[in-house]
Design a protein around this ligand. Structure first.
Ligand SMILES: [Zn+2]
Length: 224
């Protein structure tokens, strides 16, 4: 899923999560900054590398639509380094590997239990990163998170659905994702008034109705 969609979804979930956690007292208090940073941190290192590659490409006059410049750094980054370069792979997998993020969650919880400053914050940052990667795993065909990195550098889940690849339902998935972004922004604005968003049925409806419409359109062959 696109980075900004992870951010919006986490921003929407923050409030119900905060309510739920306040009741338990067995988890660190929810920290908004940790959640919002954690929602985008898995993508951030690769984004920085891509920006640097893009700047170098532009400075060399070597740029164009994606895939058109086989000798550009950007092309090399996503066709080769992403899958083979250990540094680029590590940058991408540090907060995408569910194994690694589970360890981060455990470390954060352990530190919080020991009253170490920042432990609770790191716990929630890692939880948001876990949500990010659990959404990414079913939305990538052959470029998803490495499930057991750093122990295993090959194992991915080959989902039938990709959030970007039109050979793997990328078009309806992209439409659904961006429709949901608009819904999320609407919720964030509307939530300031009214308590309707605390009803659980509305959450089921928000996700299920657009998805059902898209599946019907897909079956009907609208997306080709
Ligand atoms: Zn991601």
């Amino acid at each position: 899923m696109n980075t900004y969609s992870h951010f919006l979804l986490t921003a929407v979930l923050r409030k119900p999560l905060k309510h739920a956690v306040e009741k338990t007292k067995t988890l660190p208090p929810v920290r908004t900054s940790a959640l919002l940073i954690g929602s985008i941190i898995p993508d951030s290192l690769l984004t920085i590398i891509a920006i640097v590659c893009g700047i170098i490409d532009i400075s060399r006059g070597n740029f164009g639509p994606p895939g058109s410049n086989a000798d550009s750094l950007m092309h090399q980054l996503f066709s080769d380094w992403y899958f083979n370069n250990p540094w680029v792979m590590s940058a991408q997998q540090l907060f995408h590997s569910p194994l690694m993020v589970a360890i981060f969650i455990a470390i954060g919880y352990f530190l919080w239990k020991r009253n170490v400053r920042g432990g609770g914050w790191f716990f929630w940052l890692s939880c948001a990163a876990m949500l990010h990667t659990l959404i990414d795993i079913p939305l990538h065909y052959d470029d998803g998170p490495l499930l057991l990195w750093p122990l295993n550098w090959d194992l991915r889940y080959y989902s039938p659905v990709s959030y970007w690849d039109s050979d793997h339902y990328g078009v309806p998935t992209m439409i659904y994702e961006h429709f949901m972004d608009v819904v999320f922004i609407g919720i964030l604005i509307a939530r300031r008034r009214g308590e309707i968003w605390q009803q659980s049925w509305i959450w089921v409806a928000i996700f299920a109705i657009p998805l059902a419409i898209l599946i019907v359109l897909q079956i009907a062959g609208v997306f080709g």
